[in-house]
Every structure is written in C-alpha cells, then in structure tokens.
Design a protein around this ligand. Structure first.
Ligand code: FES
Length: 543
C-alpha cells in the first residue's frame, strides 16, 4: 500500500492524494489575492502546476473567507469536479459558488461522512457557536488521517470526537497560528498600546493552539494558514517581520514556539509544493525553494516581498480600477443610510446587544460624517453627524464603502482588507456589531439567537481563587467554550482562550468585549454538594 501524500498549496491550502484520488482543501492559488487585493499567500505559490491543480477530483472549501474560497480558481475547474462545503445557517457560500458558475456543490452536515476512493472519507467540524461560520475538515484514508483546522477554533471536545472517529490521534494536524483580523492593526492606538495589544493577541493565539496540539498529540503538526502578505503599497508595512513581532507571525516563528513548548511533538512547516508522506513521514522539499529561507533578515524579507509585489502590481491596480471613487452627486450617503437601516432591522436581538453610536468618516467627494445610532431598540442614520462623542468610529474611503453599499463587497471583506481605520471608546469589542455586519443574513442571526437562548446557566464548576471558593459558569458566555478546558485565570480574570474574552471573577462582567456576564458567585469553602448539574472540579490553570 502506498501511504497518502499531503502537499502544501500555500496559506491554508492542502492537497491530499491517496487511492488515486486528489483532494484539494481550501486552495487559494489565483493571482488576484483576496479582500480587495489586500491579502496574498506568503510565500508566493504561483509555481504550483496548473494542470496538477486542475486535475483535482474533489475540492473542499471550509468557509466563505476569500483566502479559502478562491472563486477565480474554482470557476475555472472542470464542471464535474464537486465542491464540498459545510452546512452553515446561511447559504452564502452556496450562493457565491452558484454565481461563479459552480453547479456541483455538496453540502455536508457536521460529522456527516463523504466517501471517496476505496474506503476514504472526509467530514466537516463547524465551530460550536454559529456566530462564526468556520469549520475544520477531517480526512481519513488508508488508516491515516488529516485534521485541517484552518480558521476554525474547534473545542477540545470536538478534537476528542475527531480522534474517536479516526481511531486515534491524527497523522497530520494543520494549525493556524497567525492572526487574521483588522484588530489591532487598523486601530488608532498609540504605538506602545498597539505593540502591547498585538503581543497579547499573538500570545493568546499561540497558547490556544499549543493547548489543542498538546491534547491531540498528532503524529505531525504543521503550522500553516499564514501569515498572509500585503503587497499593496498602502499596506506593505504590515508584513510579518518588517516591524518586529505583530499579530501576523510567520510559519518559522510559529514552529519555533511549538518546538519550545512541545519538544516531544514532531512538527514541521511546509512551503508551497513541499510534500509529506503520511506514515513514513518523510518530507520532500520543493526545489523551487532552494534559495529561499523563512528565517531571513528583515532586509531579505523586504526584498522578497517587493519583488512579489511587483509581480502582483497589475492585479492590485485592477482592484483599484474596479472600485472607482463615487462622484459627489452619486447619492452614496442616502444609499448607505438605506443599507444600514435595513440591515439593522434584521434582528432586534442583535440590535439590543449592539447599542452603539457608530460614526463613519467617509473620505472622498461622495463622503461625509455619518452617525449610525444602532440600537438598543431602534436604528437611525444621521448624514449630518459628527456632533458629540461616538462609541465607535470607522474611517473609510468612499470607493471601498460604495462596494459594500452596492452589494459588490461584503462587510467582512472590507474589514479584512485592512483598508479602514477605527477607534472605539471604551476599547471594548462588540461581537454583535461585527456579527450583524459580517452575516447580514436573517437565518444566520436567528441561529445565533437560538444558540444563545439554549445555553444552560446552571452548568457550573468550582474554582478556588484568591482564598475564596467560587461557583463559575462552565461555558463561556461568548461562544460556549468549556472553561474547565479553555479558561485561564490571570489577574483576577477568567481568560477564555476561545477568543480571548476576559471575565472579572469578582463580578462576572466581560472586561474587553460586549458579552453577557459569566455567572460567578462566592460559595462557602465547605460547599461540596452542588445542586447544579453537572458540576465539575476540573482544575483551571492559574498562571
Ligand atoms: S468562546 Fe469566544 S471567548 Fe470564550
């Protein structure tokens, strides 16, 4: 029997070949980049052979982000190649694939198996909370398995089930360790604060992945899916390494972290075209990279990226040309108001939890200062805004906002493009605002509401902290992570490694995001017979 071979496609893309079947997982290979020409794979993967990619038998797309859903590439694949996607509350991926001409789309439910070859199968593992439409992909073939986690923050319980499904730790586990967010890089922080927030986010991401890998113990762990690189001159300085550590660590930095924390865990990174044979585990390096080194100097990194940017200049120019500045009399303000007001009325549940004055400073002839009063019980957009303080401010050029208002660009594409700047006061993340904008879909918003309504606040555990015995809600009020596994107590707060929300252990209040409080109450130290069920005494790490 010939063992399966996994080839890196760059970014989060993997190719699994076994039993004469070629599967592509999240291939992102077209030259146009993603998110309004902002993101490109790092390093460049344009040398991957087109006919080899086009000869795929099956493609799996884990979620709708355009660094995973490469519509240009998918549109060019032969019509008979099925595209497999997870079932999410919204059908946005299916609609986008249909618009790109893909007719053969297979929608998989969580844990549902799709069979291929003699005895291979794959399944999808969506995040537990429908606020995020992300899913890991699990592939099993010839007694080997690949856990492709990509952007999904799957829980320890989900990884345990994945191991049960494949009969043990996966042969290869690919983990994303780079950030993928407009926070904090687009925020108006003083340099010191920006460095401090970036470091905090970077470490939180590293720690969460480390914890997952430590519990799974795959045969081989592979940091991937980033960082992206930014080739537009307007964004170039955000690139990894150019200005010290940030939220976009590269594969080399991620690997160094894992090796230091998990010295007995076998780990490697693969550059595009590098391949690993599962089982024997030998890595075949693509000779294309013989003179390339991720552990390069800042000057070498800069030179590599400058040459890469030159090769993508036409693609970036095309994005700017496709988004011309709207004229002063284009009616952008009125269209924006209608767009936002209709969006905000999709869900009174979200609106009540947003409760913010969001000020849009829109640059260009068609722009202005527009205040969106979003919630708690009504919505109003004032095109003569700018008076008094705002909770949140977003500055954006009219050319990019016009794409959102016309439906050409989705809100999350604009935000992930990093072609905005923002500030908020207080500095608190509002998941409902981002959720409303990124989903803009009734079914998706209703699914979040139903998920949150189903949480059981009576499920608790005991925590000894600072000489007191606390009864604490077991599941994170954000996305329901089990805090006995993903909670870390630090500085009097419960830090959930799921998405770094912090809950004050004195009051239960969330300190860095708009979120329901964590149930916390002090109990008698001799309290041992809890009425809540099930109650666990699982220790929570205290650092
Ligand atoms: S599940 Fe998101 S912060 Fe806890």
């Amino acid at each position: 029997m010939v063992e399966p071979v996994v080839t890196a496609l760059g970014h989060a893309g993997l190719c699994v070949e076994a039993q004469g079947v070629r599967l592509l997982l999240d291939p992102w290979v077209s030259r146009s980049g993603a998110f309004l020409g902002s993101w490109f794979p790092f390093p460049d993967n344009e040398h991957l052979p087109g006919p080899w990619l086009a000869g795929a038998d099956l493609v799996v797309v884990s979620h709708e982000h355009l660094d995973h859903l490469d519509l240009d590439f998918l549109a060019r694949l032969p019509a008979q190649v099925p595209i497999v996607v997870p079932r999410y509350p919204s059908t946005i991926i299916e609609r986008r694939l249909a618009a790109a001409g893909r007719r053969h789309v297979i929608v998989l439910d969580a844990w549902e198996r799709l069979r291929f070859g003699r005895d291979g199968w794959l399944t999808v593992i969506p995040e537990q909370c429908p606020m995020s439409h992300d899913a890991a992909v699990l592939v099993s073939v010839d007694g080997y398995s690949v856990l492709h986690t990509n952007d999904a923050r799957i829980s320890l319980a989900q990884t345990r089930r994945a191991m049960t499904e494949v009969g043990g730790p996966p042969s290869l586990m690919a983990v994303q360790m780079s950030g993928a967010s407009w926070h904090p890089v687009c925020y108006d922080y003083p340099p010191d604060a920006l460095a401090e927030v970036s470091e905090r986010k970077r470490l939180a991401k590293f720690r969460a992945v480390t914890r997952l890998v430590r519990s799974v113990k795959p045969t081989l762990v592979l940091p991937y899916a980033g960082p992206p690189c930014f080739l537009d001159p307007a964004l170039f300085e955000l690139n990894a390494r150019l200005h010290g550590p940030g939220i976009f660590p590269d594969q080399h930095e991620a690997l160094a972290w894992l090796r230091e924390r998990l010295p007995h865990q076998r780990s490697a990174y693969l550059l595009p075209g590098d391949a690993v044979r599962l089982g024997a585990g030998g890595i075949r390096r693509d000779p294309y990279w013989s003179s390339f080194d991720l552990d390069d100097t800042v000057e070498e990194r800069r030179r590599y990226l400058q040459a890469y940017a030159e090769r993508r200049r036409a693609a970036i120019d095309a994005v700017w040309a496709a988004n011309p500045p709207p004229a002063a009399d284009s009616g952008l303000g009125e269209a924006f108001r209608a767009h936002l007001e209709s969006l905000a009325t999709l869900s009174s549940y979200f609106l009540a939890r947003i409760g913010l004055l969001v000020r849009f400073r829109v640059l260009g002839a068609a722009g202005g200062t527009w205040d969106a009063h979003l919630g708690p019980d009504s919505v109003r957009v004032d095109l003569d805004g700018g008076q008094g303080p705002a909770d949140y401010e977003i500055t954006v050029d009219a050319r990019w906002l016009a794409g959102v208002v016309s439906g050409r660009t989705r809100w999350e594409e604009l935000l992930l493009s990093l072609r905005i700047s923002a500030r908020r006061e207080p500095d608190i993340y509002n998941d409902y605002l981002v959720g409303l904008l990124k989903h803009a879909d009734l079914a998706a918003l209703r699914a979040v509401e139903a998920f949150e309504a189903a949480r059981d606040p009576k499920d608790t555990f005991l925590l000894e902290h600072d000489g007191r015995m606390l009864e604490v809600g077991r599941y994170c009020p954000h996305n329901g992570e089990d805090l006995t596994e993903t909670g870390v107590v630090m500085d009097g707060k419960m830090h959930c490694l799921g998405h770094n929300f912090e809950f004050d252990l004195a009051t239960g209040e969330c300190r860095n995001a708009r979120c329901d409080p964590l149930p916390v109450r002090e109990v008698d130290p001799s309290y041992s017979c809890m009425s809540a069920s099930p109650t666990t005494n699982s220790p929570v790490s205290t650092t």
